[in-house]
Design a protein around this ligand. Sequence first.
Ligand SMILES: Cc1cc2ncn([C@H]3O[C@H](COP(=O)(O)O)[C@@H](O)[C@H]3O)c2cc1C
Ligand SMILES: O=C(O)c1cccnc1
Length: 343
Amino acid sequence: MNLPQLPALAEPGLAARVQHALDHKTKPLGALGRIEALALQLALIQGSERPALRQPQLVVYAADHGLSRRGVSAYPREVTPQMVVNMLAGGAAVSVLARHQGLALSIADCGIDAPLAEGAVDLRIAAGTADASAGPAMSLAQAERALHNGMALVERLPGNALLLGEMGIGNTSSASLLMQRLTGLPLRDCVGRGTGLDDAGLARKLAVLQEALAANTGAQMPQEIAAALGGFEIVTMAGSVIAAAAQRRVVVVDGFITTAAVALAEALRPGVLAACVFAHRSAEGPHAAWLRQLAVRPLLDLDLRLGEGSGAALAWPLLTAACALLADMASFESAGVSHRDPP
Ligand SMILES: Cc1cc2ncn([C@H]3O[C@H](COP(=O)(O)O)[C@@H](O)[C@H]3O)c2cc1C
Ligand SMILES: O=C(O)c1cccnc1
C-alpha cells in the first residue's frame, strides 16, 4: 500500500527563531506556559514563523463493530446510526460544540450497520466489521480500502486543520485491543468502562477481548493488526491522519479512540505524531497510560468520556489563541518595555 511521505522536518533555524520571538514578547520569560510550546509546535507543523489556522474541519468517523454483539458496551448497537442522525440534525454534543467553535462538521459513514444517512459522507466498507473475537474484524483488502478512503477524504477537505471525532458502539473495545498490540501492555491495563459498564460488564468485556487477542495472534505487521482488531472508522481515521500529516495539516486528537487511530497511523508511518495536538486526557481508564507511552501531554483534563470529537472541539480555541499570541503580541522592543535578555 502506498502511503504518502511526510514533509521534511522544519529547517533547524525555525524553532530557534520562534522561541526567540516568544521569549521577547511582553511577559515574564515562559509565563504563557504550555501555550508557548503549543505555538512552537504549530509553527513547526506548518514550517512557518507565523502559523495560522484556516477552515478547521471536524470529521466524525462512524462505523459498527462485530464485537458490539458480544455485550462489550453499556449501550446497544443501534445507537450508532441513531446518533449519526442526531449529529446530522444538529443535536449531538459534537454538533453543538462544532457550531459554537465555528468548526465545519462532516460525518463519514465508514461502515455503519444501517443504510447511509442523508448528509453523511459515504466511505462505507461494509455493514459493520466481523466479530473480532472469532477472527479478523476485516480483511486486509478492507483495511487497505479504509486507509485509502481516509486519505482521499482529507484531499477533498479545505483548510489546514483536522479535528478527529468518532462514533461507533463498541469502539472502545477495538481501541483497547489496538492499544494492547501496539504497546505490549497487559490487556487489563488497556481496557476501560467505555459508555459506563459496571464491574460485571467490565469483567465480561475483558474476557471477550482476551478471546479476540487469542483469535488474532497471526496479525503481526501494523496493517495486519489494523485489519484484525480495527474498526472501519479507526482505520479510515488512521488514513486521514497520515494524509493530514503529509500535507502539514494540524491534527487535533480527541480521546481514547482517536488516540488508537493516531497510534495506528504512527505504526504505519512513523513521524505523524509530530503533527498531532492532543486535546485532552479522557476519563477512559487506560487513556492516561497510552498518552504516557506515546510521550505526549494533552492540553485539557476535564473528565470527558464522550468521544465524538467533543474534547477536540473544546480545546480548539487554545490553538487559535496560541497563533494569535505569537502573531500579535508586542515584543519588549516594539512596546518599549524594559527587560533583561534571557540567559
Ligand atoms: C448516546 C451515546 C452517544 C455517544 N457519543 C459518543 N459515544 C461514544 O461511546 C461509544 C464507545 O463506547 P463503548 O465502547 O462502550 O460502546 C462510541 O460510540 C463513542 O463515540 C456515545 C455513546 C452513546 C451511548
Ligand atoms: O475517550 C474516548 O474517546 C471515549 C471514551 C468513552 C466512550 N467513548 C469515547
